[in-house]
Design a binder for this molecule. Sequence first.
Ligand SMILES: [Zn+2]
Length: 138
Amino acid sequence: MNELQFNDASYEQFLNEEKLMGSKCTRCGTLSVPPRPICVKCYGSEMEWVEMKGKGTLAAFTCITVAPPFMIAQGFDRKHPYCSGVVELEEGARVDARIEGVDASKPEDIKMGMPLKVKFLHWGEGENQETFLAFQPA
Ligand SMILES: [Zn+2]
């Protein structure tokens, strides 16, 4: 692994390559996804990259009908809500992600604790490519 900084830019670069990466504190083992340069637990600054397997469970979610502009550009609006959630990864870290493959217009059907697997949503092309982290039912 090269000397990538433990920040959002590196995280997004990995997402483009379909890798879900976090930082692991070499002192206490705390995982952070996205990566952080300083450990949230012990404030240590010695980090190493760890690739997540991309499996987890739904820890929290919200269905959003009033979408931000970049989501409207992807076809979401009041009639086509989307679901944003927090996924508890198998490795123990929690990560914010879009939840795909569920009916965001029926939040009552979305189950807490449901098993999920990672899905990388690519948007745009070339240098403008962005990848959004999503999870779908496993
Ligand atoms: Zn630590």
